[in-house]
Design a protein around this ligand. Sequence first.
Ligand code: NI
Length: 142
Amino acid sequence: MDKLTLNRFSISMPGELARQLDAMSKARGFANRSQAVADMVRNQLIEHHGQMGNREIVGTVTLVYDHHRRNIQKLLTDIQHDHQELIIATLHVHLDHRSCMEVLAVRGRAGVVKRVANRLIAVKGVKHGKLTITETGQESTK
Ligand code: NI
């Protein structure tokens, strides 16, 4: 089947859940229930693929840290150089006198991306860190 051909099927759910689905679809600007459900399925698939260690994913790692903290920039840079095949772009923002935000665009196998993201986030002095996974677009059905 062509991946853009619509596949129609029916879903049963409690009335109250359906009512809340309609309210949320409307609030979020979806044209209908089907669009809202398809969006949820896509999000769940991205999450599911992120759990599969060998699957290629893309995403961003956001790090906020205190650049006065001894050695932190060297540590973060060393980890990034160890995995330069994974990191496709970086953005550095000086947030204020002390704080920096770094956003790394990453692409690679889910398991490796997560391991490197966790290493970066665990560096002492990183105040907040988060990996956000999105899709490569190759399997997009929208
Ligand atoms: Ni900075």
